[in-house]
Design a binder for this molecule. Structure first.
Ligand code: SF4
Length: 279
């Protein structure tokens, strides 16, 4: 089936794609309106977006997030059940046997540094916070192994305090969206905070990251099968033909993503549904 035929059976949910030049003189208000519209489309596109690290307590999330550096959430989730069973409190981490913990953490990479961070984290929590994780950003970032990104993940997902998580996907996509023209994660966080309502920060972070993993890939974004095509200045960075773009969609909802973008889901290869998403 050619692309025109494929598209004719599905109406795009938004108006036809436009070029980047349309946004050249965009005002802050215009950008804010467009960003919020894109955020709404992302919410509809990725209703399953969530924190992919498994945890039941703020401490477990802090540990899982520290372990997620330079590896995938899937890999972390394979390691944490055994870890969380043995180390249940900050005091357990503070008094951990280094060699035993290194053995457990080895599959996540950088296991010596990560072991060091977890033991020091436990020690500082015991010394300064009675073994509890603090709830303030400035207190969290002062803890071993916890940077601003990790702190925002903890605030947003364990404490319900809105936080923007700027990881590699969030940085790439917000630049492609024309929300920012910036590489520095802290500057990106503050710029996006001006565009998006605070109550939406945590879920927006998950949705942007899901879009980066499943649609707007680093090398070849699936522009022709993207629900943001009509409002994205970077439309055309990847293939715009429906058939070519549909092949690039990844993850368990690849067919739904195609359909949401007005593309025939039968153009999505069966393997795409099982293909590993970008880490
Ligand atoms: S896939 Fe293409 S159209 Fe969609 S957000 Fe990425 S660059 Fe923009």
């Amino acid at each position: 089936m050619n692309d025109d035929v494929a598209r004719s059976a599905y109406s795009l949910p938004v108006t036809a794609p436009v070029s980047a030049s349309r946004y050249a003189g965009e005002t802050l208000l215009g950008r804010k309106r467009r960003a919020r519209k894109m955020a709404r489309v992302l919410a509809e596109t990725h209703p399953d977006a969530h924190c992919e690290l498994d945890f039941t307590t703020p401490l477990e999330l802090a540990v899982a997030t520290i372990l997620s550096a330079q590896t995938t959430d899937v890999r972390v989730n394979q390691v944490t059940p055994a870890l969380f069973k043995l180390y249940r409190s900050a005091a357990d981490y503070a008094g951990a046997d280094r060699a035993a913990m290194e053995t457990l953490l080895r599959p996540t990479g950088f296991f010596r540094a990560k072991t060091d961070s977890l033991i020091k984290l436990g020690q500082m929590l015991v010394e300064k916070y009675d073994g509890e994780l603090p709830r303030k950003l400035d207190q969290l970032v002062a803890l071993p192994g916890i940077g601003r990104k990790t702190a925002n993940v903890i605030l947003g997902n364990a404490f319900g305090v809105p936080g923007i998580t700027v990881d590699t996907h969030f940085r790439r996509l917000t630049n492609r969206f024309g929300w920012v023209a910036e590489d520095d994660p802290v500057k990106i966080e503050f710029l996006v905070a001006e565009l998006i309502e605070k109550r939406d920060w945590t879920m927006l972070s998950h949705r942007v990251i899901f879009h980066g993993r499943r649609v707007c890939h680093a090398r070849k974004p699936a522009c022709g099968a993207c629900t943001l095509a009509s409002v994205c200045p970077s439309y055309g960075t990847g293939p715009t033909e429906a058939a070519a773009a549909a092949k690039l969609l990844k993850g368990p909802r690849a067919r739904d993503l195609a359909e949401a973008a007005g593309v025939d889901p039968d153009l999505v290869p069966a393997a795409a549904v099982l293909a590993p998403e970008e880490p």
